[in-house]
Design a protein around this ligand. Sequence first.
Ligand SMILES: *Cc1c(COP(=O)(O)O)cnc(C)c1O
Length: 222
Amino acid sequence: MSIAKNLNKIKNSIPENVCLVAVSKTKPTSAIKEAYDAGQKVFGENKIQEMAAKYEELPKDIEWHMIGHLQSNKVKYMAHFVHLIHGVDRFKTLNEINKQAIKNNRIINCLLQVKIAREETKFGLSFNEVQDLLSSEEIKKLENINIVGLMGMASFTEDESIIRTEFKILKKYFDILKEHNSININLSKLSMGMSGDYKIAIEEGSTMIRVGSAIFGTRNYK
Ligand SMILES: *Cc1c(COP(=O)(O)O)cnc(C)c1O
């Protein structure tokens, strides 16, 4: 199926309040343009420099989301245009995003990544770490960031009950952590669900899904 067909099929199957982030990592700008021409305006990338290069080349009304793990020293390459940073999992990174946001006279939206999967390899904060971070004095001083929600990735498994349980836990955390809402903490977005599990994620309360291969086909990491 074509990119446009894949996109429309997914869009027509999800509720209107769920934001579809088309994950275009490793894909050429021609593929992104095809999705863009079919009406998609929100794209996700996991490497800062790759995203910055694509930003330069493509229409400026695209919303770029950084979904990968962040290296603080590269935040400067996207601070002038990034719309939402999904994978923030430490204060040091928030501090750097704030610094770069000030330089660019912007407020940058962030999601905190929470570890819900059992696998060792998945990044993210524990519930207690998020709670400590959100209630800290230091975070209140970061006036140029806006923490708008949480992001999580379920275990890579065929067992749907494990995936569902992990998404349920993240939704529960999300509902509890909303009590921290303040001037720069406004938890309203829950980024969970990818090509293989977005349907389960939506059933469990996701408001933002990050879908790559179901739109663009499988990736080639050569
Ligand atoms: C690559 C990636 C996705 C999309 O994965 P698909 O399985 O291709 O939909 C979603 N979220 C993150 C964090 C990713 O790195």
